[in-house]
Design a protein around this ligand. Structure first.
Ligand code: PLP
Length: 310
């Protein structure tokens, strides 16, 4: 099995990730009727697995799907995807799809569908080009607005992403790495795959509405508490973002990443900020020390874990 691009568990079987498909009659495809989560697996352990699983279950409950596996079975499948892909640094995606209607028909009420579970492990990714990790990312404040929570609850990790995708084109057309979207009432929300932070008057601030509450965002709150920094969720305007002394983004794909250019202007003096650097260093140091790590071997079936260790 070619595992170089990753391994999926789909329709009850393990397979190379580029062979895994969703049937076109699954509303996951036709209606984006699916929720997901993305968890990093680094040097043989998942990071913050319990938090990701809890968020996934909340997402499932919100759209009223039920994975056809227990929590424990899903964890084993996820670990098995990483093991079979042979990757030291991976991200595992888990999806609960609405699934096919009984009898294989094309239409029906969502309550009558048979929900599906898909997992796949792919190489670890950085939410902005990796070379920007040291120098800082260039973000673009998009004209496209983030769909509001009252329409699509962004705390639910969803694939309804027309807004984020359109904004990505706006950013790339402008030569930026990634967009940040404002809400319909003009406040900063988030970008595709990341939360946004500013540092103002010594306080570490992030928006609180119309966004996914990232697990890395939660990590930043933990790191700030440890470092004695005051951190808060607040409404912030485009001007707050542009005028901040430091700006950074947080994501499973890269941890804490400095932002050094917003639209056409440098942030502060144009170099990654000192507090941002400190939080980023703390994030990776604590991860290397086993911060909220769950060993893959503890999740694999005992005989598989033993064989993998041989
Ligand atoms: N916001 C959106 C829209 C996302 O898709 C993601 C992650 O993929 C994030 C924020 C960051 O969340 P996390 O820190 O859990 O990766």
């Amino acid at each position: 099995m070619n595992s170089s691009k990753g391994i999926a568990y789909c329709q009850g079987q393990y397979m190379p990730v580029d062979e895994a498909v969703i049937p076109i009659l699954d509303p996951a495809f036709t209606k984006s009727d699916v929720v997901f989560d993305a968890i990093s697996a680094w040097d043989g352990a998942f990071f913050k697995l319990d938090d990701h699983m809890a968020r996934f279950q909340r997402s499932c409950e919100y759209i009223r799907v039920k994975p056809p596996h227990s929590d424990e079975e899903m964890r084993t499948i996820m670990a098995e995807c990483v093991r079979r892909s042979g990757m030291d640094h991976a991200v595992v995606f888990i999806l609960c799809t609405r699934g096919r209607f009984a009898g294989g028909v094309a239409f029906g009420h969502p309550k009558d569908a048979e929900n599906g579970f898909i997992a796949y492990s792919v190489p670890y990714y950085w939410i902005v080009p990796k070379e920007r990790i040291g120098t800082g990312a260039h973000i673009w404040i998009a004209d496209t607005r983030r769909a509001p929570d009252v329409a699509i609850n962004q705390r639910v990790k969803n694939f309804n992403r027309m807004d984020l995708t359109r904004a990505q084109f706006e950013a790339s057309d402008a030569g930026a790495d990634a967009p940040v979207l404002l809400s319909t009432d003009g406040f900063v929300t988030e970008g595709p795959g990341f939360n946004v932070w500013i540092i103002r008057d010594g306080k570490v601030l992030t928006p609180g509405e119309n966004l996914l509450e990232g697990i890395t965002r939660q990590c930043v709150f933990e790191l700030c508490a440890e470092a004695g920094l005051q951190a808060e969720a607040v409404n912030m305007t485009e001007a707050d973002l542009r005028d901040a002394g430091e700006v950074f983004i947080s994501s499973t794909g890269g941890g804490v990443i400095a932002v050094t250019v917003i639209n056409d202007k440098p942030v502060g003096n144009g170099a990654p900020g000192l507090t941002t650097g400190k939080l980023g260093d703390m994030y990776w140091k604590k991860r290397s020390e086993g911060w909220d790590a769950t060993a893959l071997d503890d999740l694999l079936e005992p005989e598989i874990a033993q064989a993998a260790g041989d």
